[in-house]
Design a protein around this ligand. Structure first.
Ligand code: NAD
Length: 433
């Protein structure tokens, strides 16, 4: 098949590479010329585990190509995937659909034979109807179906998740579109549940899923706060809870709260949608507020502890919103660092992959280290904000020699508290006294 992909971000790019790997001809279009120039010349524009090799192989084979021309991506395509951003509206916090509507308008003129236009972006219920109208208005003779094809990949595991998704949700009432999707997803059929639902249900499934996962994170963080006051250990509590199959083990790691380009915006969008139709989304509203407060509260803990140290220097390990990605969008680490700066603390940061993105945010207001030990030299405190496995390999002897004072705020519970205490550190983690 020929597949056109609109948007070469964290969803569009791995998805394009994945479909090319399966043997399809994939043409990815993006409006940012610098991105396309880099991708054309074999340079990735974002970090994803395992993406590079597959990207280069498919680019060289000619199955995968990149362009700024919508015509080249859409003309003759069997399927066009829309994978543009749906950021929160600056005022209302609903999903801002300007990129979706623009993409629909731009692609409409180039539809030739029957095409399935599939929305991979996370969009509010009813957006498929809008896209359909935009295309029909612009190109009344076009033969197409608009379907919802929500994306569930996890950043940092995008390639793994492309080839081994938990489920594939296809939202359409058109038998013709369903048949084409069945063909496209044939390689997955033996190992993955493929669920056909209505377009509106499919659009809702995505938001309902993300809001539920966000609530699970907020819930375990509340339990962690409780453990800190009562002498229970959140690691043991999570383990005990997770053994119940009805609860499940995933998303029970207490920490600094959820971030990234999806959960914060999708919970806000879901809450907005509820308000719009008069359905109260109290659980989701509470989750949003609690998650926001958490960043500030954890930053305050550091400031409080260091308040008597003159010119205190804080080493920060981790800036990405989670490990395995360079994505800093809505990263809790970014808010914590910003709060430390507000309190006039000096910050030296290190992240294995997110330094460039962080630099775009903080510029020269913080210092950047080349490696994790470089960051802690003469630091008064170490703060761990992203769960990169590298950080758990720390040599505590070396750390103690390099640091000026010995505070550790392990907000991802990566180190062994007993070992840290034995090395003379004043150690604080999450969910444990
Ligand atoms: P992104 O910002 O990384 O990428 C979007 C890309 O689309 C950008 O490169 C932008 O230049 C391009 N674009 C915008 N308008 C365009 C147009 N008219 N023509 C061509 N290119 C255009 O976004 P993302 O993280 O890939 O997310 C895309 C969508 O997928 C969002 O709705 C998001 O909620 C959803 N989603 C994201 C993830 C994730 O892990 N990032 C997971 C599941 C779903």
């Amino acid at each position: 098949m020929k597949i056109g992909i609109i948007g070469t971000g964290y969803v569009g790019l791995p998805t394009g590479v994945g479909f090319a790997e399966l043997g399809h001809t994939v043409v990815c279009v993006d409006k940012i010329k610098e991105k396309i120039d880099m991708l054309k010349t074999g340079h990735l524009t974002l970090y994803e585990d395992g993406l590079n090799e597959m990207f280069v192989r498919n680019l060289q084979s000619g199955r995968l190509s990149f362009t700024t021309s919508m015509r080249k991506a859409v003309e003759g395509a069997d399927v066009v995937l829309i994978a543009v951003g749906t950021p929160p509206h600056p005022v209302t916090k609903e999903a801002d659909l300007k990129y979706i509507y623009a993409a629909a308008d731009e692609l409409a003129s180039y539809l030739t034979d029957y095409t399935v236009v599939a929305t991979k972006s996370t969009v509010p219920v009813g957006t498929g109807d809008d896209i359909e109208q935009i295309i029909s208005r612009k190109n009344p003779t076009a033969r197409f179906d608009v379907i919802s094809l929500p994306e569930f990949l996890r950043e940092g595991k995008a390639i793994h998740d492309f080839f081994a998704p938990d489920r594939i949700i296809i939202g359409t009432n058109s038998p013709k579109a369903a048949e084409l999707m069945q063909e496209l997803y044939k390689p997955f059929a033996s190992k993955t549940e493929i669920l056909f639902v209505s377009r509106r249900s499919s659009e809702t499934i995505k938001y309902a899923s993300n809001a539920f996962l966000a609530m699970k994170i907020q819930y375990i963080n509340e339990m962690a706060d409780f453990c800190e006051q009562t002498g229970a250990d959140i690691a043991e509590v999570s383990q005990g809870m997770g053994l119940d199959k009805r609860i499940g083990k995933a998303f029970l790691n207490a920490g600094i709260g959820f971030g990234g380009s999806c959960f914060p915006k999708d919970t806000m969008a879901m809450a907005y949608m509820g308000r719009k139709v008069g359905v109260s989304m109290d659980l989701i509203e509470t989750t949003i507020a609690g998650n926001k407060k958490r960043r500030e509260k954890l930053a305050q803990r550091i400031c409080q502890e260091l308040k008597d140290i003159r010119d205190a220097k804080v080493a920060v390990w981790g800036l990405a919103f989670k490990n395995g990605t360079d994505d800093c969008r809505e990263s809790p680490a970014i808010d914590v660092v910003a709060s430390l700066l507000d309190h006039h603390l000096n910050v030296v940061a290190y992240d294995p992959k997110a330094m460039q993105n962080a630099c775009r945010i903080f510029g020269s207001s913080i210092a950047y280290a080349d490696d994790m030990y470089g960051a802690v030299k003469d630091a008064d405190a170490l703060v761990i904000l992203t769960e990169w496995p590298l950080f758990s390999t720390v040599d505590l002897n070396l750390l103690a020699r390099l640091m000026r004072q010995t505070y550790i705020f392990d907000y991802r519970n990566m180190l062994n508290p007993i070992a840290a205490a034995e090395h003379g550190f004043t150690y604080q983690c999450i969910g444990k006294k």
